[in-house]
Ligand binder design. Structure first.
Ligand code: ATP
Length: 566
């Protein structure tokens, strides 16, 4: 069941899809052979564009060498015909190979944590490598001349085969995109940091989407071979890889119809105008591309969506399965610590940032971490969250060793996190943000009364909220993840005095009602005084004082280090 917020948009998409399918089914009865052949080619490219959309549109992974996968499909058909290999076997091998290749490429691309550049270079490198191989392995591939593929029934029965395959592939991926996997992918592509902090294995879901994208592109390539009649090295080339990017940008990402329309319209234009206009056609295409990127970055589909959306969020998600509500965990006497750090050390190159930090946060307690700039507070928080790994020391969360546990799994251990700049998925509604967090939560947590309005707020995008409301939403998202320990990095940063105080009071109430432990990095001493059960002072990577606020402010070492007093 889908959430109703974008119901009219969903109904429009279904109606438009049905109309297009009916039009496609009627095509062979009314059009000339040339027109049917053009549409057949457009459908192949449309499927290829749809494949790329799974990577670039849905998973946010830009590939400039997707022709590598398309070319493998085309060559599988050509090689099976040339060397007498059963077509089914050649296709299965090609699909398996491109899926694995896609997985390897995306895993390496994402490993560095640097966005875009590694994957762009890798995909480009792989496509050029395959083009080179196709050119030089003449005895197998026919070299630059390529291999001929029989085209006997392309204009008659092949069109129907293509429509059927395109519909099946489109339907399968449509179902996947609307599943829980699709919701995770949405979160991972739009805000990997928040998604991971909500329990989503972002690398895994994005890798799976990229591999699926490679497989769909391979299918498109296999369907293309008989339409083209010749498979040669340019099928792996940069021209096709960039062409499909243009089709997708024009049609609009994250839209099945956009991908098909972009590729279909431009292929038709190419077939009809390209031969007569030649260079002018390419120039007109480039101008159109620049215009669309500048005026309508969402492409044609984005324009339609914007007209239909009327302020509603761009996506809807399946509601989380109901799980039993979890009462706030009252700290049992003698219960294990929510957080226990022993001897944590961290260096960046020669700079020792943390030097043997011991720190304990008991269940239900709020510990404020203070210290001068550069003391290592954020570094310590990042180590607890799992973003950084300590060079030495132990880290236990509720009695379990978490040193080697990745960020998303720490959520299941009871960890939640608020960032210095509120981190929510800005393109989704507040309600969708909360649904996403609930999907991965280890238990169902009912939000405190004053946050319940957000659970049903599907009318706006979270990105349009003012800072204080975005912070409130982030807190609701964190609480929906049923945390037992929350990390907060300067939660009131950038807020006006009134909003900062309101948030501080809310945090205090949340701690009391849910029994959540908190580790808060904060500079504002009034907020620290209001929130902290204990204060820990870090200076030069070492803890120099630990105790109640009143004791801390009179501590000589603290005054010297932190307040600069003598
Ligand atoms: N990724 C990094 N690479 C190199 N040095 C870093 C890195 N991250 C932090 N540092 C350095 O580590 C030291 C501690 O930084 P950190 O941000 O943890 O301090 P902080 O106590 O949070 O400071 P502030 O209160 O100003 O945020 C600083 O000298 C900083 O320049």
């Amino acid at each position: 069941m889908l959430v109703s917020a974008a119901g009219h948009r969903g109904r429009f998409a279904v109606a438009a899809t049905v109309l297009i399918l009916l039009a496609l089914a009627a095509v062979p009865f009314g059009l000339s052979a040339f027109a049917v052949a053009t549409l057949t080619l457009g459908l192949c490219y449309g499927l290829f564009t749809y494949g790329l959309d799974l990577a670039w549109g849905r998973a946010g992974l830009l590939s400039v060498g997707h022709a590598a996968f398309f070319g493998c499909g085309a060559y599988a058909v050509a090689l099976s015909e040339e060397h007498g290999v059963p077509l089914a076997l050649a296709l299965v091998v090609a699909l398996a190979a491109t899926t694995v290749l896609g997985l390897i490429v995306v895993r390496i691309g994402l490993a560095s944590g640097i966005p875009d550049a590694p994957l762009i270079l890798l995909t480009l490198g792989v496509s050029l490598l395959l083009q080179k191989a196709a050119t030089t392995l003449t005895s197998v591939t026919g070299g630059t001349n390529g291999l001929a593929v029989s085209t006997s029934d392309v204009v008659t029965t092949y069109y129907r085969t293509l429509v059927t395959v395109a519909v099946v592939v489109g339907l399968c991926t449509w179902l996947i995109v609307r599943s829980r996997f699709g919701a995770r992918l949405t979160a991972a592509a739009r805000n990997p940091e928040r998604a991971a902090q909500s329990g989503v294995d972002t690398v895994r879901v994005r890798s799976a989407a990229f591999a699926a994208s490679a497989a769909v592109s391979t299918v498109a390539g296999a369907l293309y071979a008989p339409v083209a009649g010749l498979v040669s090295p340019p099928v792996f080339g940069l021209g096709l890889s960039t062409g499909v990017l243009v089709w997708l940008a024009l049609g609009g990402r994250e839209s099945t119809l956009g991908a098909l329309l972009g590729a279909g319209a431009l292929t038709t234009g190419q077939q009809i105008l390209g031969t007569t206009w030649q260079g002018w056609y390419i120039l007109a295409l480039a101008a159109l591309f620049v215009l669309v990127v500048q005026v309508a970055p969402g492409g044609l589909a984005g324009l339609v969506r914007a007209r239909l959306a009327r302020g509603a969020p761009t996506l809807t998600l399946p509601p989380a399965a109901a799980r039993p509500g979890r009462p706030g965990p009252a700290p049992a006497p003698g219960a294990e610590a929510a957080l226990s750090l022993r001897g944590i050390a961290k260096s960046f190159g020669p700079v020792r940032v943390l030097d043997g930090v011991d720190l304990t946060v008991q269940p239900g307690r709020c510990v404020c971490l203070i210290g001068p700039n550069g003391a290592g507070k954020s570094t310590l928080l990042a180590i607890v969250a799992g973003q950084l790994t300590a060079d030495a020391g132990t880290l236990d969360i509720f009695g379990r060793d978490a040193s080697a546990v990745p960020v998303h799994r720490r959520v299941a251990m009871g960890l939640g996190r608020m960032f210095q700049i509120p981190s929510v998925i800005t393109e989704l509604s507040p309600a969708d943000n909360i649904r996403l967090a609930r999907m991965e939560a280890p238990a169902r947590a009912d939000l405190p009364e004053e946050y319940r309005d957000l659970e049903t707020d599907d009318a706006i995008e979270a990105g349009t909220l003012p800072l204080a409301d975005r912070r409130r939403l982030e807190l609701a998202v964190v609480l929906a993840g049923a945390p037992r320990l929350v990390l907060l990095d300067e939660p009131a940063a950038g807020m006006g005095r009134q909003d900062a105080w309101r948030l501080t009071r809310e945090l205090k109430q949340v701690a009391v009602r849910t029994g959540c432990a908190m580790l808060v990095v904060e500079h504002d001493m009034e907020i620290v005084r209001e929130l902290a059960d204990e204060v820990v002072v870090l200076d030069g990577g070492r803890i120099i004082a630990h105790g109640p606020m009143d004791a801390i402010v009179t501590d000589t070492a603290v005054r010297e280090a932190y307040l600069g007093a003598r």
